[in-house]
Design a protein. Structure first.
Ligand code: NA
Ligand code: NA
Lengths: 501, 110, 942, 119, 89, 164
């Protein structure tokens, strides 16, 4: 118990962030601190991941207070997976930013580290209110990072993003309040335990609270009709920022999984299938809104942003049943889509830079057209779910998991049709970018610092399929651990409490 | 008392919702502030109501006061303050970058 | 070779082309010619590998290779070589090899040969993958790869808009079909319990009895039909003729389009034999056969004619498989072989003609016989095969086809329709074949061609020669040539010994023979009256084009997507917020409607204080909303709300909250004023009455939900076991009398750490957001009054200065008291900052900055570090992060002083708060200073 | 008894003056006259209440309670400042007044280059 | 007796608050509203003290102290805003 | 002496701070006195840059008498104003009065202005840029000159003694 490594993913970037505030304006020093921090973070997270993969749930009692009184960090397979994804994105985004993007605004590195604190905290915490705190932290950092680099478009996108999310933050508090009032605890494991024994009268409150939280998480995840902020925010953010932001929608999905897949999903649990009936139609509509938005995109980054929305819809189709297979498939899809869309954001930036603009209009030829063209092709195929890349495996997993006769026709139809729309859109975009040229000024060649992270992220497309069985094996056990949280409860509450009614 | 508090929270939420629907940065920020006040009260109320006590050992009625929501609200107040401060800065940034107070895209018509 | 090593050969055949494709790209940098040799070499190796395996396979054995890949998915890397796959594989690689040779001479020097070869290799590998896959999911992977490589090959000449368009069309249709196929295969796999071909083929009864059979069948057929260009998905194929001719010859006649047919043949044992199969497959095949044969005649472009002919022949094969009979299958597979041979040859011939004469338009071409007799001869042989002339290979399979149409019995009284339609299609085939030959090689002197043609180089002709020779050899000696291959294939398709059939040329005067004769005669006749038919066609079917329909469809889709997206997302925040609120209303309200027991309000006594407090808050909120257009008034009203909340907290046993809320309230108001200065003072535009009404309705709804939930929450509150623990442990374990403070700095100190991190980020974020911002300064207030000339009223300045140390003393008091009484690091920090801000207010930025030499970020970062390090300190002692500690200190004269680690933590909090608040407010204040140069009256700025 | 009476009296005096001050805000005819109500009445009002509190807690706990004095002290430092600034704002806005306002607001009469308050 | 005095006193102060509220909502001028707000703040101090006496606790002292010390900042800032627009210059 | 001055740049203020501290903590325990003394030394030093630069003071003890006078006047003022508020408002005779100042030190001027605001029916409404004229608003003025003289006699004279 209380392995200090568990808190390291929070402390490392927090420490680095504080140092960066003190470090002054020199970019070299800032990059050194940030780079060292992210490298250390990745190393720690890899160790934690290896631990979690073994199946053990580790908990960390902050202040040495026993749960449910103090705050507990919990590392299970799901959180370890999210931490790893975050660390991978972070290192790629940071490397990309260090090519010069980081100097286009103030305090990039400090904000970046604080964003990581928020993300890692949200993935690790085992306490509902503490989750709120980390949500706020990661949001606030993201607000500022979104503005990084300046410009009217970013400001406009940020306003919408910030306003909606601030309203969401207040709703989060309402949800927490309702759940605390009904159940008298905030610890997730304790909530899971208590929920089976809660009085009938309290369940309405729990449901109301849970649904408000669902709203908040769906807002973060950009589920229709709460997705409006995303295309503007992601489509306009600086490339490394957008790449890191990809994980942010996944925080919403993670929270949905944690709350509705674990806390409220106990068999015979109090709240029953709370989220599913709302989430399923929303997921389908999200898919379509995303795909149509993608078709309507006028800029490359905007298109990638809509791909994020499509992916959220697909992901939730897998999630909504809150079945083991569905969540496992969704997690596989999550890994795939996170890495790929992040890579595509970086790639879009490279392409836009080399053809002198982001607008989806004929432009000068991309300078490194063969390399970037192949990268685009692979990325587009993977994200569209075309074989033999990761998107295909992910899609098949999700389709195979959603077989209930009531939902399957809708789910299958929506996923396949949206895939077609994505193919239509991405083939248009691709031919426009790489085949349709007009005269104009174009940018210079991309350096290794930007190319390597971009290509590495896109390499997830083939790699996730090549090692598909390991990945899907992991996600399967992660889903199993989530849906049967005995280990989780035992790790948090200890053996004595876990067996209490 | 409960009814009164619930009613006040309802009014605050309704007013903040109306302000959020104004679509201009300043009223919207007013609405956000009001909403966060309402949310804080709501969270505060999750511990139940105790009149005239204090969650301090030895204070009158200390046993009836649930201290946890108070601690949570304190955190929420501070976080809310940070958020409002930033969003106000953002409003200024928007003023500088966009010239207008209206939060909408070029073609945005309501 | 050892049979044990067969799988290695198989693997080599499947993998080599993929491995070679990127190498080809690389080699071309070195020398252009090398890449053709390289590709050819790969082709030869693969072909040889297949041939070495052939004897065993033809003998009835099957070579297999199975590696688990993603068992959880049902995906195995499983390769199978049986009769059917061997036949297709040989076709794919054999014709591919010829195409590689042809390409080298065909491609102009300025075109990127490497890309072409790489893509052709990629395609060859994918196609081989399809036919070798022993797992349907694996098959699907290769299937889609052929779509992608086809897309890239059609778009090879990227600069041509029609190439890009055609490439996209092909991709959309075939990939769309691929998606349908995916669904179909997933259903089949679920029905069969796995995706291996053996498993699926063995589950015929289960599958055909399953309720999902029909959807699975339809979806699978959609995949096959789109790939094979069946009507109504045929149009991508003629459009794809913008591709370089080798590509057309290879992908779009000999290989890729056969994938659909291969799939039909592969799944023939499972899916066929039902009425659904018959009607769907026969209906589609027949329509395609007839329709495309008819259209082919009217295509003036050589490649267009061949393309429609291809479509028509694919329809024929489909039709044959649709019959569901063993003999139909035999005929279908036989025709696949024959068609691949003569059509590839014809395409290459067309390429030569284009290359030499500079045009493919048959209205311009004529009399080429004079210039290129060898090519003409070869083309004529292949065209004869296409027309089904006896002694050429096409004749044999067409005879079998005619025989099958005569024998099928599905249509009952309308059984005669099929032979009739078949004969008609045959006649058109003859007509367009004659046209191909006569219009191009004869029919004039060839004087007015764009280019003076010559015979092409030998190696360009050679592939055509090989194939044309095959037409003849197969046509005359079928038993000696294709029979074993065909037999193996048929056996694999039927999963049973093949039926009795004869490959002899002459069967006597049978009905099929009569039909052949009729078709020949009819064809010649049609060709004779072609000019009249052209006129009629142009008159009645002017510009018929599925392509046009498709393009309009895509354009509509794009326009629709744009309209939808911009209607849904109109860019206005109002819409987004409304969506959020409606969702909140629905989600928060649903439990209320849905069984949340509403407790009836008991008329309890409400104290006057509570009533007035509630009135303050409520009227403040209402005033903020009602007067929001006059913004300063709204700020005043909002302050009223804040004050009311302070009173409410005080009344409801929360002194700490009252204190904190009060301190924050002040700073917030100052913040609002700082910002409001740069904004319009009033909201200019007023929303319509209707809008305001709707907004008010929605707001009331959301407010009502919040109120009901709050009411329920207050009534159903059962209390928490946690609070008892906190009360009990606060003093003994945490040393604090103030339980709230104990929670903040100890039990949930981690929240507080997060909270101050948020503050630090808020300062950082604000700084970053405001950095470099330029704003217009208002020279006058909203009514045009110029500002007061007195920026720093003396009375204000003088009075506020002594307040600073006083306030700091109070801050120290609150800081130290916090552990036991209301207070703490946060409040202390806010009070200190408020006092500092007061100095800014009273005496200005310049004056204050001179005296306050504080690097805000040093204070913030330092405070944050202090808080973190306090937590880390515990870890050094082997305790978890943030574990509190206390030390008893004996100070002479003071007695014992207890020091808590929480104090260091609180000091960190204090520093972060001071740094943050002062940083944010002074930065906002400084904005005006930095741009005092750019003064504009507010009115102009509006 | 005397102790209780004193407390009660102080409290009531305070409350009455507080009330009157606010009544002035409600009743008096123009802004400048309204300004007089609270800025003075409240000082005594709150002051007297605080005195009551001091007496009460000193009597009730037996320990000398003096910290309420600080509230009065702070109020006396800050309340006149509020009044001053409010009056300045009212003058600057040329609010309607029964008293004849000066032709020009003194602080805006001469406009030398602002040297700042101390320089 | 004290209880009665506190009860009456609270009533009077609450009435005072209502009158201030009326002025704040009614205006008519901005300085009027600010004046009302300022008075509301100050009266709140009285209210808190009375509350403390009624409950026999001095836990509200800190809040009252902070209002006394910083409440006027709102007023000053608002007035400065009316005078100069730019409150920190 | 110099070290003493350095330690206590504003000895009087330090003393007041100590008193304030003891009032705050409501205690006279030695620990609090020491702590208060420490703060009384530290805080003025810490905030000394914010102090008025040229403060000339003498006979500071007279400020106590001044305070007593002011407090007495406040009580009277409250009664007077209460009567005015409760009475018929049409009888009011509000006036703007300009008070010429003899005080020169800004601190003293501010102190006077605040005193005036705290006392009978007068609010210091504005100060001229040169600090020589103080504009007052008076709630009910009978004789303007008498008012000015009264203020000068009761307050300004006493302040001039302390802040020459
Ligand atoms: Na406020
Ligand atoms: Na300013």
């Amino acid at each position: 118990m209380n392995d200090p490594l568990v808190i390291a993913p929070i402390l490392i970037p927090l420490f680095a962030g504080a140092l960066l505030l003190l470090a002054g304006p020199g970019m070299r020093r800032q990059r050194a601190i940030a780079g060292a921090a992210v490298a250390a973070l990745l190393a720690v997270v890899l160790l934690l991941f290896a631990d979690a993969a073994g199946g053990a749930v580790a908990s960390y009692r902050l202040g040495d207070w026993p749960a449910p009184y103090g705050i507990v960090l919990v590392l299970d397979r799901l959180s370890a997976l999210m931490l790893l994804l975050t660390a991978v994105l972070a290192i790629a985004a940071l490397a990309y930013a260090c090519a010069g993007g980081d100097a286009q605004g103030r305090h990039f590195h400090a904000l970046f580290q604080f964003q990581l604190v928020g993300l890692n905290g949200a993935f690790l915490t085992g306490d509902l209110f503490n989750l709120f705190v980390f949500f706020e932290l990661l949001l606030l950092a993201s607000y500022a990072l979104l503005l990084h680099g300046g410009g009217a478009a970013r400001t406009r996108g940020a306003l919408v993003y910030v306003v909606l999310n601030l309203a969401g933050s207040s709703l989060f508090l309402l949800g927490v309040a309702l759940i605390y009032a009904a159940l008298g605890t905030l610890n997730l494991a304790d909530l899971t335990r208590v929920l089976s024994g809660a009085e009938a009268g309290a369940h309405g409150l729990v449901r109301a609270g849970a649904l408000l939280l669902l709203l908040v998480f769906a807002l973060k995840a950009a589920v229709l009709p709460l997705h409006f902020w995303l295309p503007r925010a992601y489509g306009r953010a600086a490339a490394p920022v957008a790449a890191l932001f990809v994980i942010m929608t996944k925080v919403g999905v993670y929270a949905i999984l944690r709350l509705f897949g674990m806390v409220l999903a106990e068999p015979g649990g109090a709240a029953g299938p709370v989220a599913g009936p709302w989430l399923f139609p929303a997921a389908l509509l999200t898919l379509f809104a995303g795909a149509l938005g993608l078709l309507a995109s006028r800029g490359l980054r905007e298109a990638v942003a809509y791909l994020v929305i499509v992916s959220v819809g697909t992901l939730l189709v897998g999630v909504v049943g809150f079945s083991e297979a569905g969540m496992a498939a969704a997690l596989y899809y999550l890994v795939h889509t996170t890495l790929l869309t992040a890579g595509l954001f970086l790639l879009a930036d490279l392409i836009a830079g080399q053809r002198g603009g982001d607008a989806l209009q004929p432009g000068p030829a991309v300078r490194q057209s063969r390399l970037l063209g192949i990268a685009y092709l692979l990325g587009a195929m993977a994200i569209a779910g075309m074989p033999p890349l990761s998107g295909f495996a992910a899609k098949v997993l999700i389709l195979s998991a959603v077989t209930a006769p009531a939902v399957a026709p809708w789910a299958w139809g929506a996923i396949l049709l949206s895939s077609l729309l994505v193919i239509i859109a991405l083939s248009r975009v691709g031919t426009l970018l790489f085949w349709h040229h007009s005269a104009g000024r174009r940018g210079g060649r991309a350096g290794a610092l930007t190319l390597i992270p971009t290509l590495s992220l896109l390499a997830a497309g083939p790699l996730l399929v090549l090692f598909g069985e390991s990945v899907s094996g992991y996600t399967q056990t992660a889903a199993r651990q989530l849906i049967a949280p005995l280990d989780y409860m035992q790790a948090v509450l200890g053996p004595a409490r876990e067996s209490a009614p | 008392m409960a009814l009164l508090l619930a009613g006040v929270i309802g009014i605050m939420v309704a007013c903040s919702a109306y302000l959020l629907l104004r679509g201009e940065s300043f009223p919207v920020v007013l609405g956000l502030t009001l909403l966060s006040y309402a949310a804080n009260l709501f969270l505060f109320a999750s511990g139940g109501l105790a009149l005239g006590g204090a969650p301090i050992i030895g204070a009158p009625g200390a046993g009836e006061v649930d201290p946890l929501p108070q601690a949570l609200v304190l955190t929420a107040i501070v976080i809310g303050f940070g958020m409002i401060a930033f969003v106000l800065a953002l409003v200024l940034r928007a003023r500088g970058d966009l010239g207008s107070d209206r939060i909408s895209e070029g073609q945005g018509r309501e | 070779m050892e049979p044990g090593h067969h799988w290695l050969m198989l693997l080599a055949a499947a993998v080599l082309p993929f491995a070679a494709a990127p190498l080809a790209l690389y080699l071309a940098r070195w020398r252009r010619g090398l890449v053709a040799w390289f590709a050819g070499g790969v082709g030869v190796v693969v072909f040889t590998a297949l041939l070495t395996l052939a004897p065993a396979v033809v003998g009835g054995a099957s070579v297999a290779l199975d590696w688990p890949w993603m068992p959880s998915l049902g995906l195995e890397f499983s390769l199978r070589l049986n009769g059917l796959s061997l036949l297709f594989a040989l076709l794919v690689v054999g014709i591919g090899l010829l195409i590689f040779v042809y390409t080298h001479y065909y491609l102009p020097a300025d075109k990127p040969a490497a890309r072409l070869y790489a893509l052709l290799l990629l395609f060859m590998g994918s196609m081989l993958g399809i036919v070798l896959s022993g797992n349907l999911l694996l098959l699907l992977m290769f299937w889609e790869l052929t779509s992608v490589s086809s897309f890239l090959l059609i778009g090879f000449e990227t600069a041509r808009p029609e190439a890009r368009q055609a490439a996209r069309t092909a991709l959309i249709i075939t990939a769309g079909g691929g998606l349908a196929l995916l669904a179909g295969i997933l259903m089949l796999g679920q029905m069969a319990g796995g995706y291996s071909v053996e498993q699926v083929l063995g589950a015929r009864e289960v599958i055909q009895a399953h309720p999902l059979y029909v959807p699975a069948l339809v979806l699978t057929l959609l995949g096959a039909f789109t790939k094979s260009g069946q009507v109504p998905f045929h149009f991508w194929l003629p459009e794809a003729m913008v591709a370089p001719t080798p590509v057309s010859a290879y992908l779009h006649s000999a290989a890729m389009v056969k994938a659909g047919v291969y799939l039909l043949a592969l799944l023939f044992p499972v899916l066929s034999g039902t009425a659904w199969w018959f009607y769907l497959v026969v209906g589609t095949g027949l329509t395609t056969l007839l329709f495309a044969a008819y259209i082919a005649l009217f295509k003036h472009d050589l490649k267009g004619l061949l393309a429609y002919s291809t479509v028509s022949h694919l329809g024929l094969v489909t039709l044959l498989l649709g019959f569901g009979t063993p003999l139909g299958a035999v005929a279908g597979i036989f025709h696949v072989i024959n068609h691949a041979i003569f059509k590839a040859s014809l395409f290459m011939a067309a390429g030569i003609i284009d290359h030499e004469a500079g045009t493919r338009d048959m209205r311009i071409l004529n009399g080429l016989w004079r210039f290129m007799p060898y090519t003409a001869t070869l083309a004529m042989i292949s065209a004869a095969a296409m027309a089904g002339v006896p002694l050429f290979n096409g004749f044999l399979s067409k005879e079998m086809f005619f025989a099958e149409t005569v024998h099928q019995q599905w249509l009952g009284a309308l059984n005669w329709l099929l032979p009739l339609a078949a004969t008609a299609a045959g006649a058109f085939a003859v007509a367009y074949s004659v046209r191909f030959i006569h219009d191009v090689f004869f029919n004039g002197s060839g004087e007015h061609l764009p280019k003076r043609p010559h015979e092409p180089p030998l190696w360009m002709k050679a592939p055509v020669g090989v194939l044309s020779t095959l037409c003849l050899v197969v046509g005359i000696f079928p038993e000696a040539t294709v029979a074993p291959l065909l037999k193996g294939a048929v056996q694999a398709v039927l999963q049973a010994p093949p039926p009795e059939y004869s490959l002899r040329v002459w069967h006597g005067f049978t009905l099929p023979m009569t039909m052949s004769v009729l078709a020949m005669a009819g064809g010649v006749l049609i060709y004779a009256v072609r000019h009249r038919l052209f006129a009629l066609h142009d008159l009645y079917l002017p510009e018929y084009s599925a392509t046009g329909l498709f393009r309009r469809g895509t354009a509509l889709l794009l326009a629709g997507a744009g309209a939808f997206t911009r209607t849904l997302d109109n860019g206005a925040l109002h819409r987004y917020v409304a969506a959020l609120l409606v969702t909140a209303l629905v989600l928060g309200g649903s439990p209320i409607l849905d069984g949340l027991v509403l407790t009836f309000p008991s008329l309890e006594e409400v104290g006057a204080g509570a009533g007035v407090t509630a009135l303050l808050v409520a009227s403040g909120a209402l005033a903020t909303a009602a007067m929001h257009r006059h913004r300063l008034v709204a700020v005043v009203a909002l302050s009223l709300v804040g004050l009311g909340v302070v009173l409410a907290f005080a009344g409801l046993s929360a002194p700490d909250l009252a204190l904190t809320q009060m301190a924050v309230e002040i700073v917030t108001t100052v913040l609002f004023l700082l910002v409001l200065y740069f904004l319009p003072q009033r909201t200019a535009v007023r929303a319509s009455l209707r809008r305001r009404g709707l907004d008010a309705g929605l707001s009331l709804g959301v407010g009502a939900v919040a109120a009901v939930l709050a009411w329920e929450m207050l009534n159903q509150n059962g209390g928490s076991g946690l609070s008892d623990y906190f009360r009990a442990q606060s003093l003994p374990a945490s040393g604090a009398e103030n339980v709230v403070n104990a929670i903040l700095v100890d039990f949930r100190g981690f929240d507080t750490l997060g909270e101050i991190t948020v503050l630090a980020v808020a300062a950082t974020a604000t700084y970053a957001a405001l950095y470099g911002l330029r704003l217009n300064l208002a020279r006058a207030d909203e009514r045009g009054r110029s500002w007061s000339a007195d920026p720093h009223p003396l009375v204000l300045a003088m009075t506020t200065r002594p307040l600073l140390p006083l306030a700091m003393m109070v801050a120290v008091y609150l800081f130290l008291r916090g552990h036991h009484l209301p207070g703490g690091g946060f409040v202390a920090g806010v009070i200190t900052s408020a006092a500092l801000i007061l100095q800014y207010l009273a005496s200005g930025v310049g004056w204050t900055r001179q005296r306050l030499r504080l690097e805000y970020f040093d204070v913030i970062g330092g405070g944050l570090l202090l808080a973190v390090l306090t937590g880390v300190g515990a870890m050094l002692g082997g305790l978890p992060f943030l574990t509190s500690g206390a030390a008893q200190l004996q100070v002479p004269g003071l007695g014992s002083v207890k020091l808590y680690s929480a104090m260091a933590f609180e000091l960190g909090v204090f520093c972060v708060v001071v740094g943050t608040v002062v940083c944010i407010l002074s930065w906002l204040g400084r904005l005006s200073l930095e741009q005092a140069g750019a003064v504009l009256p507010r009115q102009e700025a509006e | 008894m005397i102790f209780e009476a004193a407390v009660a009296l102080l409290i009531l005096i305070g409350a009455v003056f507080t009330f009157i001050g606010s009544l002035g805000i409600l009743r008096l005819p123009d802004f400048f006259t309204r300004l007089h109500g609270p800025t003075k009445a409240t000082t005594l009002g709150v002051g007297s209440t605080l005195l009551g509190s001091m007496v009460y807690f000193t009597g009730a706990t037996g320990e000398f309670s003096i910290h309420e004095v600080l509230i009065t002290l702070f109020l006396m430092m800050t309340a006149p400042l509020s009044a001053h600034m409010l009056a300045k704002a009212g003058l600057h806005h040329r609010l309607p007044s029964i008293a004849v306002p000066p032709e020009k607001v003194p602080s805006e009469e001469q406009r030398p280059v602002d040297p700042g308050p101390n320089e | 007796m004290i209880a009665l005095a506190v009860w009456c006193g609270s009533g009077l102060v609450l009435l005072a608050q209502l009158m201030n509220l009326w002025r704040l909502l009614r205006g008519p001028s901005l300085p009027d509203r600010i004046l009302a707000l300022d008075t509301l703040f100050i009266n709140t101090i009285a209210l808190l003290i009375l509350f403390g006496i009624a409950r026999g606790t001095s836990l509200y002292f800190e809040t009252a102290l902070v209002i006394a010390l910083t409440g006027f900042i709102t007023t000053v800032a608002l007035c400065k805003y009316l005078l100069r627009g730019d409150i920190i210059e | 002496m110099i070290w003493l001055h350095r330690l206590f740049p504003h000895p009087l203020f330090s003393l007041s701070l100590l008193v304030v501290w003891l009032a705050l903590v409501n205690s006279l325990s030695p620990g609090e006195i020491i702590l208060g003394a420490l703060l009384a030394v530290a805080l003025p030093r810490l905030t000394s840059p914010f102090w008025p630069e040229h403060l000339r003071m003498r006979r500071a003890g007279r400020l106590v008498a001044y305070a007593v006078v002011v407090l007495w006047d406040i009580i009277l003022a409250n009664l007077a104003v209460a009567r005015l508020i409760l009475g018929p408002t049409r009888n009011l005779r509000p006036r703007f009065v300009i008070l010429p100042l003899e005080l020169e030190q800004p601190v003293a001027v501010a102190l006077l202005a605040n005193t005036i605001s705290l006392t009978p029916g007068t609010v210091s409404a504005d100060l001229s840029r040169d600090g020589r004229l103080l504009l007052l608003h008076c709630l009910d003025v009978d004789d303007e000159q008498q008012l000015i003289e009264r203020i000068k006699a009761r307050y300004e004279r006493r302040l001039l003694e302390v802040f020459p």
